[in-house]
Design a binder for this molecule. Structure first.
Ligand SMILES: Cc1cc2nc3c(=O)[nH]c(=O)nc-3n(C[C@H](O)[C@H](O)[C@H](O)COP(=O)(O)O)c2cc1C
Length: 413
């Protein structure tokens, strides 16, 4: 996903420097060419050798570095190569220097020379972060995380800091954003090509709940993380996103139309109401296959309102299949005007079953995955297209996977 991109990672001397190792390794996994530039103080907390090994490139600490003999002026050479500069962690000191145009070491001199976009992840003690001088410096280099005109002009993005447990023992603001979030922001930054602009994408997420009585329900282990990652990624790429979600504990993605549902029937109703305007429908939800059988006396009106009592230590429930949402969409008369993506989760014969589902439901693409994906931040999956071509993909974050799936959708659109 980041193949062909050169990313410079600046590391300054916050205790969060150890998290920069994870950032390098994730960027490398995504295909980026990564070069690390450290402040002299940062080398007190973590060795350049660690970053040299992880990045497979020399690490710049001194402006006049002999190991960069192939680059007579290393900071300019790196500045010219860079598609992005990330400073993570960024100390109060580095932020102060950036705000005042000071370049007294390799990192700050490089930062002054770079014209590529820049992303900064501050990390510091809560009182340092609240210090009015630091606040002033932060707004001088970019302002708040939500952006603004000045931020855009200066090409600085700020991510974090977050509230949480700090190394100094306080539970307060100042913790560097997690590597996962920094990678997500990086991908977003590169994805600012808005290749889905003007497209309507309908996404379903999470599991559904089928009521047994007013208190209990039948559901599944879906967390909704994949569908929410798809919604965030599609929105970041400029699409107008409608997210139909079963119950989850996930935060609502910014700037999407959110429709919360509970049962399979409610999800069906919401999807049918919204599908007409969609250019692509991605059905990541784990829709319950079975619901209570209404013919049974157990579900007559009286019992629907009453909690079932544990009288005989035994309860038999008869279930019936829910309606198949994908099948019904596939039968709509404007089906040909939209891209339809389904998910198949199987314990046995994954590819065989996924292929059968792709065909039966007239899908353009199916994402085949296994139960290990439930509630995980990562997914190992195969993509099968209409022609039956299978791409087996390695385990990756759901954010990365979402962008890969959207690349396919975009190509088909
Ligand atoms: C163990 C330790 C942890 C530190 N953590 C931070 C930090 O999280 N944020 C910060 O702004 N300064 C932190 N400092 C202070 C900076 O290291 C110090 O201001 C240093 O001069 C900054 O240099 P640099 O910005 O060139 O890396 C820490 C210092 C020590 C000794």
């Amino acid at each position: 996903m980041l193949a062909g991109k050169t990313i410079i990672l600046g590391v300054s001397s916050s205790i969060a420097a150890y998290k920069a190792c994870e950032i390098v390794s994730r960027l490398k996994k995504l295909g980026a060419d990564v070069w690390v530039v450290m402040t002299r103080s940062a080398t007190q907390l973590i060795t350049p050798q660690t970053f040299r090994t992880l990045s497979c490139n020399p690490v710049l600490v001194d402006l006049f570095a002999p190991e960069f003999s192939a680059m007579p002026v290393p900071h300019i050479a790196l500045a010219k190569m860079a598609d992005l500069l990330i400073i993570a962690p960024a100390t109060a000191n580095v932020i102060g220097k950036l705000a005042h145009g000071i370049g007294d070491d390799a990192l700050t001199t490089l930062a002054l020379s770079i014209t590529a976009p820049k992303l900064i992840a501050p990390a510091m003690n809560c009182e340092m972060w609240r210090n009015p001088i630091v606040r002033k410096n932060v707004s001088a280099i970019g302002g708040s995380a939500s952006g603004g005109k000045k931020l855009k002009e200066l090409k600085w993005r700020i991510i974090g800091p977050e509230a949480g447990h700090l190394a100094c023992g306080d539970d307060d603001i100042g913790r560097m954003s997690e590597p996962e979030e920094i990678i997500e922001a990086t991908i977003k930054l590169f994805a600012e090509k808005f290749d889905l602009e003007g497209k309507n994408i309908l996404i379903t997420a999470g599991g559904t709940r089928e009521a047994i009585d007013p208190v209990r329900y039948i559901s599944n282990r879906s967390s909704g993380k994949m569908g929410y990652a798809l919604a965030r990624a599609a929105r970041a790429r400029g699409a107008k996103v409608t997210l139909v979600s079963g119950p989850t504990y996930l935060p609502v993605p910014a700037d999407v139309e959110m429709i919360k549902v509970e049962s399979a029937a409610e999800m069906m109703e919401a999807v049918l109401a919204k599908q007409k305007d969609a250019d692509a429908i991605v059905m990541a939800a784990a829709v319950g296959d079975f619901t209570r059988n209404d013919e049974l006396p157990i579900t007559n009106d009286e019992i629907k309102l009453k909690k079932i009592k544990r009288n005989n230590n035994k309860l038999s429930l008869t279930l019936k299949s829910t309606q198949d949402i994908l099948q019904i969409i596939a039968q709509q008369k404007d089906r040909k005007n939209k891209i339809l993506v389904g998910f198949a989760l199987e314990t046995d014969d994954l590819i065989k079953n996924a292929k059968a589902k792709l065909k039966a439901k007239d899908l353009d693409l199916i994402v085949a995955n296994e139960p290990a994906t439930f509630d995980s931040d990562e997914i190992k999956f195969s993509l099968i297209n209409r022609a039956g071509k299978i791409d087996n993909l390695p385990k990756q974050t759901k954010t990365t996977a979402a962008n890969l799936i959207l690349d396919r959708v975009q190509a088909m659109l």
